[in-house]
Design a binder for this molecule. Structure first.
Ligand SMILES: Nc1ncnc2c1ncn2[C@@H]1O[C@H](COP(=O)(O)OP(=O)(O)OP(=O)(O)O)[C@@H](O)[C@H]1O
Ligand SMILES: [Mg+2]
Length: 378
């Protein structure tokens, strides 16, 4: 029985835990708050800040896991490198985890290996930021180099907006380093996640492309398959192959692209299941969690089949949400006998927090179900 230390215990970690347990694994779920979704289904749990290297090392030493599986970015990656050197396996590899934790590191690597991205630059002061903005001479996106789920991210088209974006980015950044990435705004037609699996023998497998819509830097709904001209799919696959092979290791990667007419831009990558990939629980013979589990346990990857079209629609808390809550209207939503719902079981709510997801065969059905469900403060 493989012992797995799961670093991050959100909804993605919960589904991964279930997939791994079905293959006989023992899971220790970690997160900084008690009763996080994956802790509700794991054999053991640990509550601590995974950016704290002393505690992280202590927890790893205590459990002596066969695999360390990150589910989030906010982890002290230097500790992971140390344990990897001592022979412990980090998924997909400590290098991949460390490079993707910082937007600048993965962006620089993508550039080095010749992958096309939006034009970008970095700034550590407002003066630098304004200088790059003036050079770009177009609408831009500003993001802290360390953040996720749209935190600290904003758009700017004027110098006064740049000033606001700088302050906003500093407030939303993770870690102490004041550094932002400034990117040319791509007015894309579609935004795509290509779930790519690198198996233990180094072979690559793909899931059919997933389209998604984002608001406030966070996904609202996704659909699969996203249909494209084969030449676009080919471009995405070539990039996906190049970057996953470069990062190395084993597991499933969520690779984000922007598509504008015939052009494909690499945006970013998560070396783990992707939130927009929750749709695969409805559409595929094996979900992204099952596939990640197979890959990290050194098993062969099954033939990936799309059973049907599908949409995943997030159930969010409202903008005034705080603390205790109940979710109402599920029975009403289930009057449509074709939909499915996952409630994540987060113990508390906060503004716009993702509390669950609706899985349906069309966006219309997903929205109809959503209109019946309310996250109510109590
Ligand atoms: N250069 C860009 N041009 C247009 N839109 C962008 C650009 N960069 C980001 N966006 C929009 O903002 C969203 C969030 O940006 P990004 O994926 O870089 O960060 P994130 O989602 O916060 O990171 P993570 O996925 O790690 O949580 C994108 O999905 C996209 O909709
Ligand atoms: Mg993203």
């Amino acid at each position: 029985m493989k012992k797995i230390l799961l670093l991050g215990s959100g909804e993605l970690g919960k589904e991964l835990t279930i997939s791994l347990q079905r293959l006989g694994c023992y899971i220790i779920a970690c997160d900084k708050y008690l009763n996080a979704p994956a802790m509700q289904v794991s054999q053991e749990y640990e509550v601590f800040d995974m950016l704290n290297s002393i505690i992280l090392k202590r927890v790893i030493a205590k459990h002596q896991p066969d695999l360390i599986v990150p589910e989030i970015e906010a982890i002290d990656t230097e500790s992971l490198k140390d344990f990897e050197k001592k022979g412990m396996k980090v998924i997909p590899s400590s290098r991949a985890v460390s490079l993707t934790m910082n937007r600048d590191k993965i962006r620089n690597r993508a550039k080095e290996i010749g992958i096309k991205t939006a034009r970008f630059g970095y700034a550590e002061t407002l003066t630098e930021l304004i200088k790059i903005f003036n050079n770009f001479n177009c609408k831009v996106v500003i993001k802290p180099v360390m953040s996720s789920s749209g935190k600290g991210q904003s758009y700017a088209s004027t110098v006064s907006e740049i000033k606001k974006a700088w302050t906003y980015a500093l407030a939303g950044m993770r870690g102490k380093k004041k550094k932002v990435i400034i990117e040319e705004f791509i007015n894309f037609d579609y935004e795509i996640t290509l779930l790519t699996i690198l198996d233990s023998k180094g072979s690559i497998h793909f899931c059919p492309p997933i389209g998604h819509i984002q608001e406030r830097g966070d996904y609202q709904y996704s659909w699969q398959p996203a249909k494209f001209d084969q030449t676009i799919v080919k471009q995405m696959k070539t990039i996906a192959k190049k970057i996953t092979k470069d990062l190395n290791g084993q597991g499933l990667f969520g690779i984000e692209f922007f598509v504008k007419k015939e052009e494909v831009f690499f945006s970013e990558l998560s070396p783990r299941p992707h939130d927009t990939g929750m749709v695969t629980m409805f559409t595929q013979n094996f979900s992204e969690f099952d596939l990640h589990a197979r890959a990290i346990l050194d098993f062969s990857i099954p033939k990936i089949e799309l059973y049907k079209r599908g949409v995943s629609q997030v159930i969010l808390a409202n903008k005034n949400a705080k603390g205790n809550f109940v979710i109402k209207g599920i029975e009403n939503a289930f009057q449509d006998k074709t939909i499915d719902i996952r409630i994540f079981g987060k113990p508390k709510t906060k503004p716009y927090r993702r509390m669950g997801v609706i899985l349906a065969s069309s966006l219309k059905k997903a929205k109809a179900a959503l209109s019946k469900i309310k996250v109510v403060n109590i």
